[in-house]
Design a protein around this ligand. Sequence first.
Ligand code: ATP
Ligand code: MG
Length: 137
Amino acid sequence: MERTFSIIKPDAVSRNLIGQITQRFEDNGLRVIASKMKRLTTEEAENFYAEHKGREFYEPLVAYMTSAPIIVQVLEGEDAIAKNRQIMGATDPAKAEAGTIRSDFALSVRENSAHGSDSPESAAREIAFFFNEDELC
Ligand code: ATP
Ligand code: MG
């Protein structure tokens, strides 16, 4: 069993898509083992996306991620990292496969409805960023 970290981003929470997005994870064999709603501070968003610091999209990304509440979740299942990214689709909704979260719900490359860890190392870092071990059920 593998764990991954997921965010339902501000654009999706604002449009009442928490249930529909979570349903897709559950329908594909991923179990929610931790979940909370949160409004990121600028410092938290900057640290979370530190790998992108200096890129042209970094500052607007931080502004967007702090603009409204998000849902942070830990998902567990077989091949959870790859499966979650498959369910989300490509970063750019215009390039995302039909039937994926980003193809169906995302508004733009930035406001793309979901985040999912891209490697076991990112998953471990991102889970620890938001959750204590005793919050994982
Ligand atoms: P995530 O890390 O959110 O799962 P990702 O791994 O598909 O998405 P990254 O390249 O890590 O994409 O970029 C992180 C986030 O930054 C993207 O999800 C998107 O919100 C934003 N982003 C990335 N590239 C661009 C861009 N060219 N223009 C605007 N926003 C972008
Ligand atoms: Mg990424």
